[in-house]
Ligand binder design. Structure first.
Ligand code: NAG
Ligand code: NAG
Length: 356
């Protein structure tokens, strides 16, 4: 062997060594994560799971001014509501482009009084997913689309999200929603109200409904629920999470996660509530949803078939085909979205007349 060749060989083995070292350390990190994750969860599960489920830290564009929905090409006002002594939430009230907004009004109730002129006009409360704010681009796109169909939408940031104060909890979110329902009912005692939840918001919509039916018998109930990209329940959502798909190799991981979830009271029993809620429910899910896979909708369908009383209003399943490329966040861009929305009986589309 010549000296030249020997040199070349040692250079090659040098890189080979680095590469092997890198692979070994990656594998070590992943294995340690898998092995240690139950211990981390036992120690810090409350923080880890709260931050993971309620991503109030992710605002994406912190320079966005939540007080200016016009910047998102929305015909909307920004208002605030005190939902508990120490909680003030930010709300956008989005109107069809044809309605002239009176920016002199200050409260949600004032605005509702101004624009809801008939008892049969449906009002949608939009409940967003686990990250971002009421302004997040695809959400703004969704409101704009819905409002051009003639809908009025109230989009809120739950406590802890965006510029809303307070600490995120499941019961707290439901309280925020129920407060808004209350405000609407004071001004619009008869109007049909729809809760439209997306992703984690489907859990909030159902939990708020459950509370409304159990503990607020005085209020006239909403007339329907739309669940866009819903998850089956908290455990299934956790199991579908990309990182937990790896961590659950460790048989102790799931139990530790479940115990932590119970300790921080993060529980969305969506499948159960869907099976007894006495309201019409629409479920819309994309086949190419990479965040909450489509099989969640199928699991719900299977559960509902067995557990929902046949005399209750129907649960309707709508599949957005893979070819539409809507994924988890962009069902509003589906070519048949308007057709789909105008087909929802409790969202009956009203003629677009001035100030109707
Ligand atoms: C708002 O108030 C100003 C001054 O008080 C008034 O000139 C204006 O017409 C009001 N706008 C609407 C839309 O009522
Ligand atoms: C309804 O109120 C009761 C009594 O305060 C409480 O125990 C129960 O958990 C509440 N139900 C819901 C769904 O929050």
């Amino acid at each position: 062997m010549t000296i030249e060749r020997q040199k070349k060989k040692s250079k090659l083995s040098f890189f080979k060594k680095i590469f092997i070292r890198w692979i070994v350390s990656m594998i070590t990190i992943i294995i340690s994560l898998i092995v240690l994750s139950p211990i981390f969860l036992r120690l810090y599960g409350d923080i880890i799971l709260t931050k993971m489920f309620f991503q109030t830290w992710s605002r994406y564009y912190p320079w966005i001014d939540l007080t200016k929905p016009d910047a998102f090409r929305l015909n909307a006002v920004n208002v605030y509501e005190q939902t508990e002594p120490n909680v003030r939430i930010g709300i956008w009230y989005i109107l069809p482009p044809i309605i002239t907004i009176d920016h002199n009004l200050s409260t949600l109730a004032d605005h509702l009084k101004q624009y809801v002129k008939s008892d049969d006009l449906p009002i949608i409360i939009y409940l967003h997913g686990q990250d971002g704010t009421r302004a997040t681009r695809y959400r703004s796109n969704h409101y704009r689309m819905m409002s051009t169909f003639g809908n009025q939408i109230i989009a809120l940031d739950y406590r802890g999200y965006g510029d809303s104060t307070g600490i995120p909890t499941v019961d707290g979110f439901a309280q925020d929603v129920i407060h808004v329902v209350n405000v609407i009912r004071q001004v619009c005692p008869q109007n049909p109200i729809t809760l439209w939840g997306h992703s984690m918001g489907t859990g909030v919509a159902l939990w708020a409904m459950n509370k409304l039916f159990q503990n607020h018998s005085d209020l006239k109930k909403p007339s329907g629920v739309v669940l866009e990209a819903p998850f089956y329940n908290t455990i299934q959502a956790l199991v579908s999470y990309p990182i937990t798909r790896i961590l659950k190799i460790n048989p102790y991981f799931l139990q530790a996660a479940l115990d932590s979830l119970a300790a921080v009271k993060i529980n969305f029993p969506n499948n159960e509530i869907i099976s007894f809620l006495p309201l019409p429910i629409i479920i819309i899910h994309s086949e190419d949803d990479a965040v909450i896979p489509y099989h969640h909708a199928q699991l719900i369908e299977d559960y509902v078939k067995i557990h929902r009383d046949k005399n209750l209003p129907p649960v309707r399943f709508i599949t957005v085909p893979r070819s539409a490329n809507c994924g988890h966040n962009h069902i509003y861009s589906y070519a048949k979205f308007q057709e789909l929305v105008s087909d929802i009986a409790f969202l009956k589309r009203l003629p677009l007349t001035k100030n109707s």
